[in-house]
Design a protein around this ligand. Sequence first.
Ligand code: ATP
Length: 559
Amino acid sequence: MNTLSAFRAFRELLPVLRPEWRGMVWSYLLGTTSALALAALTVLTAWAVGHAVVERTPPGPVWWTLVLGLVLLRVLLTWREMDVSHALAYRVLARLRMALFDAYARSVPGRRREHSGRAAAVAMDDIEKLEFFYAHTLAQLGASLTLFAASLVTASLLLPEAALVMFLGAAVVASSALYWARAARRLGEREQRERSDLSAHIVDALGALREVLAYGLAPRVIAQTSDATARATALARRRELLSQLVTALRELILTGVVIGVIATSAAAAGVLSEGAPVRLAPAELPALVALALAGIAAVVDATDTLTRLHPLVSGAERVGAGINRPPVVSLPREPRRLPEGPLGLRFREVSFSYEGRQPTLTSWSAELAPGEHVGLVGPSGAGKSTVIALAARLWDPSAGAVELVTADGTGVPVAELDEGALRGAVALVDQDAMLFHGSVRDNLLRGCGPRSDGELTDLLERVEANGWIGLDDELGEGGVRLSGGQRARLCLARALARRPRVLLVDEVTASLDPATERLVSDVIAEFHGTVLIASHRAETLARLGRVVDVSAAPQAARR
Ligand SMILES: Nc1ncnc2c1ncn2[C@@H]1O[C@H](COP(=O)(O)OP(=O)(O)OP(=O)(O)O)[C@@H](O)[C@H]1O
């Protein structure tokens, strides 16, 4: 494993978990004390056996008190450890999820053409595995290393050469683990890639099931799926084989260390040659071997855990990349509030380009007076959706400003506005607006304050949805059970439920039949606030007071 990059990937997420440091330290302390208590029990038992066999003296009351105390301590610690680490795991999960969601919320909304949903779903899945690492594994690694250090120091006080054997054994175990981990990680990454390609392939096929069936693609999809599964399984088998080999090697080293410690202790106890100076009582020999065994087993445990971390490293990298996505808009330091009353919209010499693309807008200006209904036109790809996204502050322009304009003509840049005030004043009905899982009522109430059922029913009547749906009806995932026109009408009702002062509508009538288009246009025409509609459709545009062209040459904004 590239230890440094693994270390970096895990460290990257620590700032998010900083508030949990007390829980993490507590979990480490409990785990370490418990491991030390277990090691002490093993050593005490070996000591008692040594004395009983060699000196024929049974353990005295001090020994029994110690052993009993340690057993009780272990019971108590195991119970507390579970409690603490479960609570910690829950909080780690929540913190990572919130940080990821927050980062996506700040960085994604404008990037409509990105598969952000899939990336976020994979990262959310990763978080579930990482939770265990931060809540349990980290403390367990710390406990193993502390136990090794403690047993090494104790062994070096009792018999330095036994400690040297332990140290060398630990070094060989650790270096072999690091060497093998690199190969395991490479295999793991390939397997992970195969598996995510496979799930993307299945998701795509299921998403386009109608095309798959209509074009007779099912046999090809099945063959591709089975090939990809076979490749992923072969890689998993190779990885498992490698891991078994490494485990066998580790067991071998462990055995070597035990033999080494027995040999050095036996020599020091004068067991090997007559007349040699005795530096260790023969009765202590089993205790020293048990001590060495506990210490080296802790290193074996830690390296075993480390070698199994590789799938987590890629997960941590993905989550880190998600959490550290640069925000597309930044929150103002001193957010301004919005004055009451009608609001207009002003684009003041706005320029904008998508990452690495030619500029979409260059010094583009337009102004909508409060209450004005304006159409936004331009050839396909000219930037209509971009203008709408800038007005909703899903992106920030690279130059110029987008402002909400009060009745006296004062412009308040959307970038300086309090987030809540902006979202309360401006509503967006997007080209591919999504409905959420849940009832119609849940959807209408999303993002707005309390509204009476009477008001919501009134909205359904306005978009003529009351004939085919009610407030308590469930929409299913993304409103899949509805037609495009029905979805558009509910999305419009949802935007109106927020009682916005500015309504932004992006191509919502583009794929509607003439009757639904007329209906949607009627509802928008009755809206009393300011409206900006991006559209190609003559029928939609004919209802509007004025039309502005997004591809028009740069002009100065009215001040
Ligand atoms: N997320 C994105 N990343 C990169 N480029 C983008 C992104 N969104 C839009 N673009 C590009 O920016 C340009 C303007 O796109 P936009 O969607 O604003 O145009 P539009 O006028 O609304 O087009 P249409 O009428 O076809 O919907 C296009 O060239 C498009 O390819």
